[in-house]
Design a binder for this molecule. Structure first.
Ligand code: GCU
Length: 347
C-alpha cells in the first residue's frame, strides 16, 4: 500500500516536472536559480508558480490571484501565477516540487505537512479550533506558530507562511443522510492522506480510504468510496453534490490550508520586497477569511439547487469518539504545548 502510494507520487511528480518544462521552466526563473541567497537577498523579482488544487471560483484562487497583483504593483518584479485544479500535481506532489524548487509556492492542507513534521498533527485534530476566527488568531500568532512554520526549512527547504481556513468540515454520502456513527458502519469514507484522518473516519463510524482530492468525484461516482468529508465550498465547486447528495452536519473539524514557499527563493528577496510580500500575504488571508462566509452560503444554495439535502446529526453521538483522538495523537511535549496554546486562545 505504502509502496504503491510512493510510486504514484513519484510518477505524478515526474509528470508535473515535464509539464513545467513544457510550459517554460527553462526561462531561468526557477527557485533553483535563486538558491544562492541566504537572507536579505536582492535578486530581481520573478513570476512565481503556485500550485493549487481548487477551481478558479474558490476563495483561495481569488485571494491568491489578488496577492499576485499586489506584488506586481508593490515589488521590483515579483508576481504569482496561480495554477488551479491540480494542474501542477495533487498536493503530495506539489509539496515535493516546492521542496526541490521546480514549483515556487503551493497551498497544501495541514494533513500533508503532518507527514513531514508530526507537530502539524495538532492543528489537524477535530475540536482544536472552535471556529474560523479562533483558528486564524492562533495560526497567525508568531509566538505560537513561529517555530512550527520554520521547522521545515533545513530539512525540506520549505517555509510555511501562514494559513487559509478550510471552514468546518462535515460528512456527505451517496446513499442517504447520516444521524449517528452507526449510519456510517461499513461505509468507506474518503479522507486526506493522513493517519490521523484515517483514525477520524473510524471515530465517525466508517472506514477511512485516503485519496487525492482530484480523484474524489470519480471515486464517489464509481462507488470506490461511499462518503467523503469537506466544507460546503469544496462540495459545491468540485460538484461532489452531483454524486453524493446527502450532506450531514457533523462539523467534526475546522480544517486548515497552508501557504508554503521554497525557502531559498524566499531568502532571495530584497528586504523591501520581502516586507511588501508579507503585507500582501496578510491582506490575502484577511480577504480569504472575508470571502469565506459568503462563499459558504452560495455553495449551500448552489448545491441545494443541484439536488443536495443538508441535514443535522445527533452531535452528542459523535462527540466522544472525536474528542478521544487528541489523547491518542498528542504524544510529545511540543505537540502538547501547541495544543494548549491553541486552546488557551479560544474565547
Ligand atoms: C479542502 C482543502 C484542500 C484539501 C481538500 C481535501 O478543499 O481546502 O486543501 O486538499 O479539502 O479534502 O483534500
Amino acid at each position: 500500500m505504502r509502496h504503491r502510494k510512493n510510486t504514484a507520487v513519484i510518477a505524478g511528480a515526474a509528470a508535473a516536472t515535464l509539464l513545467l518544462a513544457a510550459c517554460g521552466g527553462g526561462d531561468g526563473d526557477s527557485a533553483a536559480d535563486a538558491s544562492t541567497g541566504s537572507g536579505g537577498g536582492s535578486s530581481e523579482g520573478q513570476t512565481m508558480r503556485l500550485a493549487l488544487n481548487q477551481t478558479e471560483e474558490h476563495p483561495s484562487y481569488i485571494a491568491l490571484d489578488n496577492f499576485g497583483s499586489y506584488l506586481e504593483e508593490n515589488t521590483g518584479g515579483w508576481g504569482i501565477d496561480v495554477f488551479p485544479n491540480e494542474t501542477l500535481g495533487a498536493q503530495a506532489e506539489a509539496l515535493q516540487l516546492v521542496s526541490d524548487g521546480s514549483v515556487d509556492m503551493a497551498i497544501v492542507s495541514g494533513t500533508q505537512l503532518e507527514n513531514l513534521n508530526k507537530d502539524f498533527v495538532v492543528f489537524n485534530l477535530p475540536k482544536v479550533f472552535d471556529d474560523v476566527e479562533h483558528q486564524m488568531s492562533v495560526i497567525h500568532d508568531p509566538e505560537i506558530t513561529g517555530d512550527l512554520f520554520s521547522s521545515l526549512e533545513e530539512s525540506n527547504n520549505i517555509t510555511v507562511l501562514g494559513g487559509f481556513t478550510q471552514g468546518a468540515r462535515s460528512i456527505y454520502t451517496s446513499d442517504g443522510p447520516v444521524e449517528t456513527p452507526a449510519d456510517l458502519a461499513g461505509k468507506k469514507i474518503r479522507v486526506q492522506e493522513s493517519e490521523l484522518h484515517i483514525a477520524m473516519a473510524e471515530a465517525l463510524g466508517g472506514a477511512g480510504t485516503p485519496m487525492a482530492y482530484g480523484e474524489l468525484y470519480t471515486g464517489l461516482q464509481s462507488g470506490v468510496v461511499d462518503a467523503a468529508e469537506n466544507n460546503e465550498v469544496s462540495y459545491f465547486t468540485q460538484r461532489h453534490y452531483e454524486v453524493a447528495p446527502y450532506w450531514s452536519y457533523t462539523n467534526h473539524l475546522v480544517g486548515l490550508d497552508y501557504l508554503i514557499i521554497n525557502t531559498d527563493l524566499l531568502n532571495s528577496m530584497s528586504e523591501e520586497d520581502r516586507a511588501a510580500f508579507d503585507e500582501g500575504w496578510t491582506a490575502a488571508y484577511e480577504e480569504h477569511t472575508q470571502l469565506w462566509a459568503d462563499a459558504t452560503q452560495e455553495a449551500i444554495e448552489g448545491a441545494t439547487a443541484g439536488g443536495a439535502t443538508f441535514t443535522e446529526v445527533d452531535d452528542a453521538a459523535f462527540a466522544e469518539p472525536l474528542e478521544a483522538l487528541a489523547a491518542e495523537f498528542i504524544t510529545t511535549e511540543s505537540q502538547q504545548a501547541l495544543y494548549d496554546a491553541a486552546r488557551a486562545a479560544a474565547r
